[in-house]
Write a protein that binds this ligand. Structure first.
Ligand code: GTP
Ligand code: MG
Length: 347
């Protein structure tokens, strides 16, 4: 008689407690940090509750990093520059965390795994931590996750946080609003390139860096520097405490990194001296509050049965021009506000 062996009972890994998470992160334990970031990225209510409790507990240990956003068109060299700059910083005793807000990963469900290979040198460093872009959810949600991941990294002792984002639309604004310094990368080249630099981008940029300034690109890079510098000069606010300049870098040859980082440090010193760093971060936190309110209200409104019932009719009416978009919005909001009251006929 053959006896089938019962499978060994699965021993579930005990979930760390709040205190375990906090202790592990404070000790710089990367496995615990990674697990905590997964909590932050989870949409499960119990994970969220634990994540928020953890963030509250760790709050006194956050804020210690220089937070830098790095943006620019696809292929401009963001990941390669982060690899080179990260290595530069690690060699100088910094602990570097790299995060990404990538709107394309939202569509493809992918991650910056490709970027990890672009950041191969940095990924191998003990004092560097590279976290791919969270793939789930809307951009607003990803921005929250990235902000909270940054805070966890700070509590784990990372003193430089570099956030990569594609220079397009909303993601750029979201990242600019969670960092101290926003760097916009541009390709070497003159004239035409300048047109690609949108006004909104200049308003966000604390500095522009011309990338790939090596080999045949060197002359073009210095021409680009002059053009961008002239453009920034025209657009700069006359009394601003910081005037954005133009750096020229090559991540391939590791040139220009020192000047770039010195500028970032100078900017931070200036902000600190005037008490502006704390002020900026406070204002960013309050804006983050409102962006959460915006997100949550909108999803509640969309999910409300009365709103859902009305929606097709209202959209048709707006599309056909029978109802102005403004009045349509008022009707939806009225329906939402009355969602718990007795149903009322809406004309
Ligand atoms: N010559 C030269 N090529 C570079 C340099 N930096 C990046 N590249 C090349 O430019 C291409 C794009 O580089 P990435 O670092 O992936 O650019 P990215 O901006 O992160 O791209 P996305 O994440 O796809 O938006 C790669 O083929 C790199 O090898 C540089 O300093 N010099
Ligand atoms: Mg990249």
């Amino acid at each position: 008689m053959s006896r089938t062996r019962k499978p060994a009972p699965k021993i579930a890994r005990p979930a760390p407690s709040l205190a375990d998470y906090a202790k592990g992160i404070r000790a710089g334990n990367r496995a615990v940090l990674a697990r905590a970031i997964t909590l932050v990225e989870s949409s499960r209510a119990d994970h969220q509750a634990l994540a928020q409790a953890l963030l509250t507990k760790l709050a006194p240990h956050t804020g210690g990093a220089i937070r830098v956003g790095i943006s620019g068109a696809p292929g401009v060299g963001k990941s390669t520059l982060i690899d080179a700059l990260g290595l530069y910083l690690v060699k100088r005793g910094h602990k570097v965390a790299v995060l990404a807000v990538d709107p394309t990963s939202l569509r493809s469900g992918g991650s910056i795994l490709g970027d990890k290979t672009r950041m191969a040198r940095l990924a191998a460093e003990e004092n560097a931590y590279i976290r791919p872009s969270p793939a789930a959810g809307k951009l607003g949600g990803v921005a929250r996750m990235t902000r909270e991941t940054m805070l966890l990294c700070e509590a784990a002792g990372f003193d430089a946080v570099l956030i990569e984002t594609v220079g397009a639309g909303q993601s750029e604004t979201l990242v600019a609003d969670m960092v101290d310094f926003f760097l916009v990368l541009v390709l070497p080249g003159a004239g035409d390139e300048l047109q690609g630099l949108k006004k909104g981008m200049i308003e966000l940029a604390d500095m522009i860096a011309v990338t790939k300034a090596d080999g045949e690109n060197i002359a073009r890079a210095s021409a680009a520097r002059a053009e961008y510098a002239a453009a920034l000069h025209v657009l700069a606010e006359p009394h601003a405490h910081w005037k954005p300049g133009v750096a020229v870098v090559s991540a391939k040859e590791d040139t220009g990194l020192d000047a770039l980082w010195k500028a970032i440090e100078r900017h931070r010193m200036l902000l600190n001296e005037r008490g502006l760093l704390a002020e900026t971060r406070k204002a960013q936190s309050v804006r983050a509050l409102w962006s959460h309110v915006d997100d949550a209200l909108l999803s509640r409104l969309r999910a409300a049965p009365r709103v859902q019932a009305l929606l097709p009719k209202i959209e048709r009416a707006v599309a056909a021009g029978r109802l102005t978009p403004f009045l349509a919005a008022v009707r939806l909001l009225t329906a939402y506000e009355q969602r718990s009251a007795r149903p009322r006929k809406i004309k």
